[in-house]
Design a protein around this ligand. Sequence first.
Ligand code: C2E
Ligand code: CA
Ligand code: CA
Length: 695
Amino acid sequence: MTVDFELNSRLVALLDNAEPAFAAAFIQRSPAGMYVMDHSGRIDNANEVVAELLAIPLTELVGLNIWELLDLDVEDQLAALINDHDWTQPLITTLPFQRGDGGRVTLQVRSHPVLDEHGNVIHTISWASRVDADSDDSEAAANDLFRQATESSLVATAIIDQQGTLESINRAFSELVRQPVDELLGTNLQQFVPAEDREENDRLLHPVRSGEKDAVNFVARIYRSDGVELWVRKRVSLIPIANRQAPKLVVQLSDITEQHRAEILAQEALVDLAYRSTHDDLTGLLTRSEFINTLDRHLSGDELTRPAGLLFIDVDRFKAVNDGVSHLAGDRVLTAIAQQTVVALRPHDVVGRFGGDEFAAVLPDLSGPDEAFEIAEQLRNTIAGSDIAVESGMINTTVSIGVAISRPGSTGQEMLAEADAALHLAKQQGKDRCVLADEQMRHDIINRVELAQQIRSGLRSEQFQAWFQPIVDLSTGLIVSYEALARWVDGDVVRPARDFIDVAEENGLIQELGQRVIDEAVASVRLLEPQQTMSINASPTQVGTPQFSERLSWLLSSQSVDPSRVTIEITEQALLELSPVCRRGLESLRKSGVGIFVDDFGMGYSSLATLRDFPVTGIKLDRSFTALLDVDSADDTSARLAKGLADLAVNLDLIRIAEGVESPLQAHALAQMGWQAGQGWLYGEARPASELPLA
Ligand code: C2E
Ligand code: CA
Ligand code: CA
């Protein structure tokens, strides 16, 4: 029987104020043992429950003194306890009694005082119940009470003992686990807990079992009797039963399966999102930014006592596969190389895809540069030695690898720049090789970092200008056009574009710098003869910005410049990399009349495709072709190529300009081959706008 203190105290107050007859009747009918004593211990009233506990007829019990009934040789101590007690509070004692039948019984007695106006105890009202474990009465009573309280509850509720045996369950519980009440009673609650969760379940229940806490709440998994998995919120609380050593537990289960599933789905979606934002879709490797994070984390680690290596891996002639065979074949090559790289490296090396056909790998904990180089060589060999199956057959690819080694204090950016420089050299030296970054490269990189700083301050003090180099008709010798070239003018020092354009491009400074040249070039069109046009260079980054075309057509109309007097020079590579948006931008520029030249023509891979697919109006033959025409024993191949390219351009009805014309001999040869115009030192270097038009 649960004994509620609050309730008892209120009952005492009620009984105290009630009619004596009512109080007497209440006590008689109470399902719990009750008796009333005066201050001396005389029993004034009692009920049958107490009479039965003590095995003394009720009529005899009333009038007896409690002290006569106690089986006690500690009367003094009890008297002291009673005297010392604060009688504004109930007194709870466990007392041994002598039963009327000669036996003994231990009762827990809770005595509530009824006080007079001076605070003296007039009498006490006591509740008595058995303490010994054998008594099932109060337990049964407790279960009864519980059943009454929970039967109608919609929450699945069960009462269990310390071992988990189901002693009582309500309908909602039976419905939740899909098993009839009578089949469940006496079985163990554990049957619903998945075996692998049991240990954790016990751990979570411990505070209640040990009496440390009154209740615990947690989310758990259960198996319904038909095997279906459910997620439940589980509340387990203690019901203190007065006469039990081991308390019972109330278990309440709320089905949250749906909610839990929704949460899991949301969580999985988040994990998936996080994964996809850090991993490349095609190869599953880390993305560029995640790889850089990993590299930085690694380099900043305190434990970095041994150097780390960085490999920069580039697939040789990838464009030939991707554009020449198929994009599907290109994808196959990339995934195969990604796999081969992961397999060839050590388990703790980290590989990332840098975009396009570039991969990178961090090699932690190296003995030195030799080890990094060896690993890179092995990887290169593996890839070169294996064919990759694509839909149309087997493809053999090679890679070039740049290798950099960390020094104390190295940053990720520095290492990437070093490995990139080494990769560049590997490509230059003929591809399919590994190059280790050396001191010279480090120096160059440091110089480039310094140069970027200087460009920034040069931009602030407006030291960048457009200068203009004439383009001359090879047959008439007249200037037909000018090319605007960026110049860095710092006092008397004038630096050409080749000194700074690459660094500006790499450091995000080309937009600002390029825009100044464009503005000045467009403004200078009005200085030219009416038949002359203006060529303006645009880097891959510039034309790769969707605003590029819009900005230029706005500039032309605001300056009232006829668009057909302006031509944009773009390298083949930049054309190939155009996004659809930027490509449409260029196409609409072309429609408005702006010309488009392919710059440095002859250096790319898929020249023919470019000319066919893009709205190109002219080509500028790279000066490496022109340079070879000068030599007495003119390189035959070069000459034939230059001639072939001119023929091609004629067939495609393109304007043909040769770059780097330094001698009359070259000019003559080019004209013979079909080149219309030439540009070079033979006709003059670039000059500032103040000198336009040149004679
Ligand atoms: P490019 O478009 O091929 O420009 C021609 C380059 O060759 C110029 O170098 C020019 O000074 C140089 N040159 C002209 N005639 C001769 C010659 O007879 N012999 C030799 N050996 N060289 C000659 P520069 O001005 O240093 O420009 C280098 C590159 O920088 C340009 O190559 C172009 O790609 C880029 N560039 C120049 N100005 C700009 C600009 O305003 N914006 C952008 N995005 N790039 C620019
Ligand atoms: Ca150019
Ligand atoms: Ca060029």
